[in-house]
Design a protein around this ligand. Structure first.
Ligand code: MN
Ligand code: MN
Length: 292
């Protein structure tokens, strides 16, 4: 169950993400710095009284997920790419997570539509008690019916308070996953699509400047402990960007001591472009509401 106040937080986080994604094409200009683009998006979330639930993820072409610009990132948007923007907003830890793909002069408009259609079909099929495996089946069949391939090792996920991946995965392919869609829950549904000739899997690439606290018990050293407590108070168990943090030295010590994890970028294994579509749903005791 969620209280009325909690549902307000969820709905409002969803509105921030939906509104921002609806305007995002106007931010996309040739040669814009990816760092500026990410910061603009994150600041928009804050302007609407949310907090980024994770750093703005920018995935270009074969980069499927988990890349955000570094502190001095000098990458710029070149014309002729497939651009995925994945954003999350939270209010008091209640998260909305959604993504769109934009063809910035790429030849993959159809693949974007296929990702959207797979998402739409999955969303309209979901009811409370729905088998999670049915969702993956609908997504895979829809994608394949257009001659494309789903990324088999990227999934949707249950969301809980301050937890973007709350244990339950929603596969994008046919699988023998157990479990059903439960009432009073949040789930992100997010098909990823690539070309049929691609491997259809992601592999780890270089580090993507996205970090997360992975141990609740802090370090012993008092200075490090203060820093850790500050981080935990601010981000809890949510991912944060390296560029949001001033003390890079302490961050790296905590990383080395395995209190903090830095995510690698996820890249399509055969180097083919990937399109993504994502929405978050809220289930009540009788309804399924797309909040983004
Ligand atoms: Mn997302
Ligand atoms: Mn997600």
């Amino acid at each position: 169950m969620f209280t009325e106040e909690e549902i307000d937080c969820i709905i409002n986080a969803g509105k921030i993400v939906r509104n921002l994604l609806s305007r995002i094409k106007s931010f996309i200009k040739e040669n814009i710095s990816l760092l500026e683009l990410s910061e603009k998006i994150e600041n928009e979330i804050r302007n609407y009284n949310g907090e980024p639930a994770f750093p703005c993820n920018i995935g270009i072409d074969e980069v499927a997920a988990h890349y955000t610009p570094s502190i001095n990132d000098n990458k710029r948007l070149a014309y002729g790419c497939l651009l995925k923007i994945d954003i999350g907003a939270h209010i008091n830890g209640f998260i909305a997570d959604a993504a769109i793909t934009i063809s910035f002069g790429s030849e993959y408009e159809e693949m974007i539509e296929v990702a959207k259609e797979a998402l739409d079909k999955a969303l309209s099929s979901i009811s409370i008690g729905e088998k999670i495996s049915n969702i993956g089946e609908i997504i895979e069949k829809t994608i394949k019916s257009y001659g494309y391939k789903p990324i088999s090792n990227l999934t949707g996920h249950k969301i809980s308070r301050y937890m973007i991946h709350a244990g339950v995965s929603i596969p994008n392919v046919i699988s023998n996953t157990y479990g059903r869609i439960e009432p009073w829950s949040l789930y992100a549904i997010e098909p990823f699509v690539t070309l049929s000739k691609a491997k259809g899997e992601v592999i780890n690439g270089p580090l993507g400047n996205i970090l997360q606290i992975i141990k609740i018990k802090g370090p012993k050293d008092p200075k490090l402990k203060d820093f850790f407590d500050f981080l935990f108070k601010k981000y809890k168990t949510l991912p944060f960007a390296r560029r949001w943090i001033e003390n890079q030295e302490y961050l790296d010590i905590l990383k080395k001591d395995k209190l903090i994890y830095e995510y690698p970028v996820l890249i399509e294994a055969s180097g083919f472009p990937v399109a993504q579509a994502e929405h978050t749903i809220l289930t009540t005791d009788k309804e399924v509401i797309v909040i983004t």
